[in-house]
Design a protein around this ligand. Structure first.
Ligand code: SF4
Length: 547
């Protein structure tokens, strides 16, 4: 064991295991971390869906979430030495935490599984989300418990720990809600001087010049090109209100860091199409120049992106056309591009009430047509949207849901995925509204929920053909089989709900939980039950031994 392993690094940064995966290069499969643990055996989930990023012998990781890399860069820029800070794999904390460790910084997206995707999956399927389970595992890690460094949690899901009683129960010393760069300095000083840490810090918005360049590569080569949004949706977190863009020089430096580690750049912003935009209109020259510069950068042979807004797509079809040309997309053999976007609702009334800014430069009344036009433009140019829908927005009526269902019908022909999520009370609506609960779901909302999934299942067969070009033939074979059966059984499940339960999903879930609805044909269900049983037996045995 070397010196560091004996005494630990001064600052250890990590994230739960679900964030330490590249999801077989399909970042949208990250949604699977929101499904409840126990639905499929852990070994299957972690080896097939969520394989771990590589860990070095010393416990550090080769690739890490972008947010952690930014904090690592701030520390190194502010005088910490390389051998005082480590970005560690959560399964190897015993190698990096020791008596010298002052701070364990954890980045979390959804620590209590309260985010829209987790709460939707766990309400429908029961149980605890993987992210929550794995976050608690870090807190309860034996070495962490032994040396008791100050535990500081940040990241997009930090808001879930604002309540002091929750922090006390979990043993979290300080939570940083918002941007971490500026908050870090005073936290470090307080820890170094042995002063009491504030339980909750609201991190200030950082100006673009103060956003550091990462030193080490990120998961899936993510490169931040802009921060914030500015469209002002009522339920969004306040830190997204201010929109800032990073310079091309800054972006290229981060592209280089990732290229050296063999990662193609994945450009990340809440809406990549608004790069250097003034206000809410697309700055065509700036976004095209960004993509062209990155694409022509030595060593770059492809680009991916994270999010875009449908209103930006509809307002600038020529930009989408040009970007597709730059990225040489042709739709053949999976040569298309996917990205996440917010569709949210087909109701202009709800758009006006909660998300007027999302429609701009169009009006809320135009929204359904904007969505259809955007899907058409994306389809013509080989882009595949993964679009979220919100069920249970405050004030949603059956008429609103009908409008969304009608809109879904118009989207049927476009290769896409729709992710229906239950409304979570956040941001400006946190004090005046409650999150949507599945007990209150109406027949119409059920219909919307299931029709969204039917849309996905109809397209899933195409995705299976085009996407699963995974290197490992065994993994490819197993995943294809698994998905093919799941698709067919899930379709049966939805048809059953439609025909026999008249879209009464809660009633059907009750029956399914009682084991009266089978997901898989007999031989597969038998093998699945057997493996699940063995998995739980093993865990019980382990727990008995450690007791
Ligand atoms: S468009 Fe998205 S990121 Fe922007 S304010 Fe609305 S919900 Fe937030």
């Amino acid at each position: 064991m070397n010196y560091r392993q004996n005494v630990g690094y001064k600052v250890v940064l990590t994230a739960d295991r679900t964030l330490m995966s590249e999801y077989n290069s399909f970042l949208f499969l990250g949604f699977s971390a929101c499904i409840p643990k126990g639905l499929i055996p852990d070994w299957f989930y972690y080896s097939m869906f969520c394989p771990s990023v590589e860990a070095n012998k010393d416990g550090s990781v080769k690739y890490a979430p972008c947010g952690i890399r930014k904090i690592e860069a701030v520390l190194l820029n502010n005088g910490f030495k390389r051998d005082e800070v480590v970005v560690a794999h959560p399964d190897h904390l015993d190698k990096v935490v020791g008596p010298n460790t002052m701070i364990l910084g954890i980045t979390e997206n959804d620590p209590l599984a309260l985010g829209p995707a987790s709460s939707t999956f766990t309400q429908v399927l029961g149980g605890d989300g993987y992210m929550k389970v794995k976050f608690k595992e870090i807190l309860n890690n034996r070495t962490v418990q032994r040396y008791k460094p100050k535990i500081i949690v940040g990241g997009p899901g930090a808001w879930q720990l604002e309540d002091s009683s929750i922090r006390t129960e979990l043993g979290v010393d300080c939570v940083v809600v918002g941007e971490g760069e500026k908050a870090l300095d005073s936290i470090i000083k307080k820890v170094t001087n042995g002063e009491q840490l504030p339980g909750l810090v609201h991190g200030e918005v950082v100006i673009e010049d103060e956003i550091p360049v990462i030193r080490e590569p990120t998961i899936d080569g993510i490169v931040e090109i802009a921060r914030g949004c500015g469209r002002g949706c009522a339920f969004c977190v306040p830190t997204l209100q201010r929109y800032r863009c990073l310079s091309i020089e800054h972006i290229l430096k981060e592209v280089d860091v990732n290229l050296r580690a063999g990662r193609r750049p994945l450009l990340h912003a809440e809406d990549v199409l608004r790069y250097k935009a003034k206000g809410l209109s697309v700055n065509k020259e700036a976004v095209i120049s960004l993509f062209r510069t990155v694409r022509n950068h030595p060593g770059v042979d492809s680009i991916a992106l994270s999010h875009f807004a449908l209103s930006s797509v509809a307002s600038a079809p020529e930009v989408i056309e040009e970007l597709s040309r730059i990225m040489e997309l042709n739709g053949k053999d999976g040569n298309w591009l996917s990205g996440q976007t917010g569709l949210e609702t087909g109701s202009p009334r709800l758009m006006r009430a909660h998300m007027g800014g999302k429609c701009k430069p169009f009006n809320p009344e135009d929204w359904p047509q904007v969505v259809v036009d955007a899907f058409q433009i994306l389809s013509d140019n080989f882009w595949v949207p993964v679009a979220t829908l919100i069920i249970g927005l405050p004030g949603e009526t059956d008429e609103d849901v009908d409008l969304t269902i009608e809109l879904l019908g118009r989207l049927k022909r476009f290769k896409s995925l729709l992710v229906p999520l239950f409304f979570v009370s956040e941001g400006g609506l946190a004090s005046t509204t409650k999150s949507f609960m599945v007990e209150n779901i109406t027949r119409k909302q059920n219909e919307l929920f299931l029709k969204s999934w039917m849309h996905n299942l109809d397209w899933a067969e195409t995705f299976l053909q085009e996407c699963f070009l995974i290197n490992s033939p065994v993994k490819w074979f197993v995943l294809r089989r698994f998905f093919a059966y799941s698709i067919s059984k899930s379709k049966d499940f939805i048809r059953l709900c439609e025909n026999e339960y008249d879209y009464d999903l809660p009633a059907m879930i009750r029956v399914a939980r009682a084991g009266k609805v089978r997901w898989l044909p007999f031989p597969f269900q038998f093998i699945y039950d057997y493996l699940r049983l063995r998995h739980y037996e093993k865990r019980r045995l382990k727990a008995d031994i450690s007791d």
